[in-house]
Design a protein around this ligand. Structure first.
Ligand SMILES: Nc1ncnc2c1ncn2[C@@H]1O[C@H](COP(=O)(O)OP(=O)(O)OP(=O)(O)O)[C@@H](O)[C@H]1O
Ligand SMILES: [Mg+2]
Length: 458
């Protein structure tokens, strides 16, 4: 069902109401005209009846002057005419009853006209015969008069109706315009703009609604900032935890593995050539320890990006890409790193590194890409750009989005479906105050770009 907005509905309703009032007024004017015509015709027909009744002209009269006198009298009386017959009809050009003037519209005639009325009488003629005479009601000139009187009134009613309608509709649109603006503002709040421009309140009711929208924006802003603080805190805790686990693993397991390797090496040396089987087994233990050690190193590198503190984000990213390039020889990696160390909080480097790390893991797991490019550079206004793009299959259709706000809107409410990787990237960027865009087209790959304004890097 199509939803008609309040303004249109109100305008239609008011228009309809005014239309009904107009119709009633027109109907009253027409009724008045009809009564006027009817009254005139009744009066004149009564007069003709009185003149022709038995007392005025006895039925058996032989006075031959009566006929011409009567014809002359009725022909000169308004709204009456005498029907001619025989030679009289040919001699007279006058129609009886007369045709109604063309200026009067048919609908008006149809409404005000009365049923034709006639009186019949037989009167003596000069040649001694009696001739039947019919006297008709003739409302043509009365209808023209009624039309001349009614027309200005009808025009006035229509003009007043249209004017009133126009004024009322204009006022309704003006009064309800702020509602459209408030609706747009709510839409913008929904898309993340918590300070949308709001219209001036023109009525107390609107003031209450506008105050409510402002309150809503403020409390959402407060909730968003609380949320970001919490998120930031939990990410910091996570990072600290990872570092501490990495340290423990390195110090405890690493030390133990080193000790076990030293023991195994000593055993191997002692038994030497005397017990070749035992010696081979100690070698086996040592290579097992070496494999465990490699695994531990990989784990440590993921838990605590090696070199980030010492060498900065640029070189660490280069070494991350080099690792992936070794693991995925079928992919051609291109790296453009123009920035070595990123100033600002230590977390900035760690989070940007984590975003790139997750993007590369995703490419290796999902993208089926042949080319990957990683870029870290600054633009003219000092903002830092990190971009990871691939030419793979692109995101699944239900995850495809473009732009930062859109990403936030679609990714967050359905976090489970999106996967923790993309969500983590979005949250890290948000925590830093950076903008993250995820652009993806089917079969044309995925690009993840993060832009960090210069003021966050001071
Ligand atoms: N570069 C990419 N190319 C194609 N599809 C991708 C790419 N990156 C992500 N995806 C798709 O987006 C989905 C969500 O990714 P996300 O990283 O959020 O979750 P995940 O990798 O499936 O799981 P995890 O929580 O372990 O990261 C993936 O399942 C995959 O279908
Ligand atoms: Mg992932």
């Amino acid at each position: 069902m199509t939803r008609v907005d309040l303004k249109t509905r109100l305008s239609l309703f008011i228009g309809l109401l005014l239309g009904v009032v107009l119709l009633l007024a027109v109907y009253a004017v027409l009724g008045n005209s009809k009564r006027a015509v009817q009254g005139e015709i009744d009066a004149v027909m009564r007069l003709a009846g009185n003149l022709l009744d038995d007392k005025a002209i006895p039925a058996e009269t032989t006075d031959q002057t009566v006929l011409p006198v009567l014809i002359s009298v009725f022909d000169h009386t308004r709204h009456l005419c005498v029907e001619r017959s025989g030679a009289n009809a040919a001699a007279s050009a006058r129609l009886c009853p007369a045709a109604i003037d063309d200026r009067v519209p048919d609908w008006f005639i149809a409404h005000v006209t009365t049923a034709p009325r006639a009186l019949r009488v037989e009167l003596p003629t000069v040649d001694g015969h009696r001739q039947p005479v019919v006297i008709h009601s003739d409302p043509a000139d009365e209808i023209l008069e009624a039309w001349d009187e009614a027309r200005p009134l009808l025009l006035l009613i229509v003009a007043i109706g249209f004017l009133t309608n126009a004024i009322v509709v204009f006022s309704v649109w003006r009064a309800l315009k702020p509602i459209d603006l408030i609706r747009d503002a709510l839409g913008r709040i929904g898309r993340g703009d918590l300070h949308p421009g709001l219209p001036k309140a023109t009525t107390p009711e609107l003031r209450t609604i506008i105050d409510g929208v402002v309150e809503l924006g403020l409390s959402l802003e407060q909730a968003r900032s609380d949320n970001q603080r919490l998120l930031r805190h939990s990410l910091e805790v996570q990072e600290r935890e990872r570092r501490s686990i990495a340290r423990e693993l390195h110090d405890e397991i690493g030390q133990s593995l080193a000790a076990m390797d030293a023991e195994a090496a000593l055993l191997h040396q002692r038994v030497g050539a005397t017990a070749p089987e035992l010696s081979a087994r100690t070698q086996g233990i040592r290579s097992g320890i070496a494999t465990l050690y490699d695994g531990l190193h990989l784990l440590l590198a993921r838990l605590r990006p090696a070199g980030l503190d010492e060498f900065g984000l640029g070189p660490t990213l280069e070494s991350l890409v080099a690792d992936w390039s070794g693991r995925c020889p079928q992919i051609r990696f291109e790296v453009r790193i123009d920035v070595e160390r990123v100033a600002g909080e230590a977390l900035v480097q760690v989070y940007l590194y984590r975003i790139a790390q997750e993007a590369l893991v995703n490419i290796a797991r999902h993208a089926r890409a042949r080319r990957v490019s990683v870029m870290l550079c600054r633009d003219v206004d000092g903002a830092l750009h990190l971009r990871i793009s691939d030419d793979g299959c692109g995101l699944p259709a239900d995850l495809r989005f473009s732009g930062d706000t859109e990403a936030r809107r679609r990714a967050k409410p359905d976090g489970d479906r999106v996967g923790l990787g993309l969500l983590g990237m979005i949250e890290r960027a948000e925590t830093l105050g950076a903008t993250l865009r995820i652009d993806s087209l089917p079969g044309e790959g995925t690009t993840i770009s993060v832009r960090l304004p210069q003021q966050l890097l001071l």
